[in-house]
Design a protein around this ligand. Structure first.
Ligand code: C5P
Length: 305
């Protein structure tokens, strides 16, 4: 087989409750993931060693070779499946790097699916999910896609019931945020304010809004415990969120550890108006529209064939 291309979506977090820090340094979560139509394409070809090349709008900031999570993923799968050869990865990047949209995790999930196909390993979906969980908390969701509740550190997933689709406007920031730094800031702020970690519960109102396809109720139910920490580390996101709310967003939230902000619109038309208003307000680096939910990592025809 010559080359395999896999298309993989970004995620936004519709709800993120962060529990107390565990002994292993992670936090238990209730994390409602939602895959949106902003995609990276990962192409793999048989090669001697492991390497990664990149292009696309968001490629410049992407880590090279050994620091790239997609390379770790390919190596992990080779070990698991007893494959001796390497791969050359090519990533067409549209998901912002260190943006709170799980772009690195998405590329890792895509690399797993693509290499699994290229090497014809015979490993099934469940075995891939197992390898994915070892690579990062958000990698299993990038395999699954759709909308799902993640427990544990986010890797124990169950699909959510969703009616129809939702329209989003995403504001990319000029800054990047390290996930670990945002969790650490969340712990620090709680300590400083004498706050306890919340009891972790699946958000009923939000799940009902998803099942009913009710964008207004969903907008009102968006929540993210990491948002105060992201706003402390990146103060200008306040202006971005305010600009979205002032222009009629049904909901405005920092996605995951940020700094990307996600705005829920009531219709495609509303999303277009909101995107134009946010671009004009000069409160972010760039603005894209997307819809969700969309499926997880999938093999697609190679664009060069
Ligand atoms: O799992 P992943 O490598 O994506 O996590 C990056 C960092 O985010 C972890 O090293 C940890 O500091 C933090 N994290 C956490 N609790 C989680 C997920 C991530 O503290 N549930």
């Amino acid at each position: 087989m010559g080359a395999v291309t896999v298309r993989v979506p970004a995620k936004v977090n519709l709800h993120l409750s962060v529990g107390a820090r565990r002994e292993d340094g992670y936090h238990d979560l209730v994390n409602v993931f939602h895959a949106v139509s902003l995609f990276d394409d990962v192409t793999v070809r048989e090669a001697e060693g492991f390497s990664v090349a990149r292009d696309g709008d968001e490629a410049a900031a992407m880590p090279a070779d050994e620091d790239n999570l997609a390379v770790h993923a390919a190596r992990a799968l080779a070990r698991e499946a007893g494959v001796e050869s390497g791969v050359e990865l090519h990533i067409r990047k549209a998901i912002p790097v260190a943006g709170g949209m799980a772009g690195g995790s998405a590329d890792a999930a895509a690399a797993l699916v693509a290499c699994n196909e290229l090497w014809n390993t015979g490993l099934g979906r469940e075995e891939l999910v197992e390898v994915a969980g070892g690579l990062g908390s958000d990698v299993p969701f990038a395999l699954l896609g759709g909308t799902a509740v993640g427990l544990g550190r986010g890797e124990r997933l169950s699909p959510a019931l969703v009616r129809g689709s939702f329209h989003w406007v995403l504001a990319f920031a000029r800054e990047q945020l390290s996930t670990a730094a945002v969790y650490a800031e969340c712990d620090r702020l709680r300590k400083e304010r004498g706050e306890e970690a919340p009891r972790l519960r699946v958000p009923r109102r939000l799940m009902a809004a998803l099942a009913a396809g009710d964008a207004e109720a969903l907008g009102a139910a968006l929540a993210n415990d990491l948002q105060p920490a992201a706003l402390t580390l990146c103060a200008r996101l306040r202006r971005t969120l305010t600009a979205g709310r002032e222009n009629g967003a049904l909901g405005a939230v920092v996605s995951g550890s940020g700094p990307t902000c996600a705005f829920l619109a009531g219709s495609e038309r509303h999303a277009l108006d909101l995107a134009v208003a946010l671009s004009g307000a000069g409160v972010c680096r760039s603005v894209v529209r997307a819809y969700g939910p969309v499926p997880g990592a999938q093999v697609v025809p190679n664009p060069e064939d």
